[in-house]
Write a protein that binds this ligand. Structure first.
Ligand code: ATP
Ligand code: MG
Length: 251
């Protein structure tokens, strides 16, 4: 079974087609990089795949669960870390996790394990209001992992973090994948996407314009294997998505 199966997934917002008929599959234990310019439709896709937003058309299954009709079965299978997500700032990390553990029916013993896993054990009893961005992000990841999800959705998990924390989080993603967790990752850091992802999809104006391993994307030009390859995933990204600003100015 595929961990994620998406067919012709589409979402409109008052006449704007934010996600435009995308289809792809993700294997269990795969790190799937989901890239695209600002406004390409990445977060909208994650919201649909996690049962938070109804598709306008198309279907998606995560761990076999239809994201519209089987949301109750879907929930325990997935963990989600969003940009601008809420934590209870008046509570410590431990109490935030205790609260989430009760919601999910997770045994309390799991909290210490997860705090250690994300490197939050030393600050676990401090008020999370005083945490740095890096600590807050660790807490969000801990909360997403509490119930041992099979698929983890990470929406820009290293955004705005210092290189040390970002590296910790990347190492962490690799570990999870090794343990068989499927990771659906969005990021604007092309180096990070290149290093972490087994395969990468590039989304542009709601459509998938490329989907392959980072190595093959870099080796190809116009879909052809040529001697003039791209030197980085950033070059691939810019070649496929970078003309929109220029066009806007020319119009
Ligand atoms: N709730 C909403 N109502 C109206 N329009 C929306 C809504 N959510 C997203 N959009 C629009 O849908 C498009 C895709 O947005 P989305 O947030 O999915 O992009 P993104 O790829 O995650 O971008 P970024 O890299 O900036 O996070 C944008 O044009 C956005 O303005
Ligand atoms: Mg987004």
């Amino acid at each position: 079974m595929n961990a994620i199966e998406v067919q012709n997934l589409t979402r409109d917002f008052n006449g704007l087609r934010a996600v435009d008929g995308i289809s792809f599959e993700v294997q269990p234990g795969e790190v799937f990089g989901f890239l695209g310019p600002n406004g390409a439709g990445k977060t909208t896709t994650i919201r649909m795949l996690t049962g938070q937003l109804r598709p306008t058309a198309g279907t998606a299954r995560v761990m076999g669960c239809d994201v519209v009709t089987q949301r109750d079965a879907l929930k325990p299978q997935i963990g989600v870390v969003f940009e601008y997500q809420n934590i209870y700032e008046r509570l410590s990390a431990r109490d935030n996790l205790l609260f989430a553990a009760r919601l999910y029916g997770v045994p309390k013993a799991r909290i210490d394990a997860v705090l250690k896993q994300v490197g939050l054990d030393e600050r676990a009893n401090d008020r999370s209001k005083n945490y740095s961005n890096g600590l807050k992000q660790r807490l969000l990841i801990a909360r997403a992992l509490l119930h041992e999800p099979k698929v983890l959705f990470l929406d820009e998990p290293t955004r705005g973090l210092d290189p040390n924390v970002a590296r910790d989080i990347r190492a962490f993603v690799t570990d999870l994948a090794r343990q068989g967790v499927t990771v659906f990752l969005t990021t604007h850091y092309m180096e990070e996407a290149d290093r972490l992802s087994d395969r990468v999809a590039i989304l542009h104006k709601g459509k998938i314009v490329a989907l392959d391993t980072p190595a093959r994307l870099k080796a190809a030009r116009g879909g052809e294997q040529t001697t003039v390859a791209f030197s980085s995933l950033e070059d691939v990204f810019v070649a496929l998505t970078g003309s929109s600003l220029r066009q806007t100015f020319e119009e």
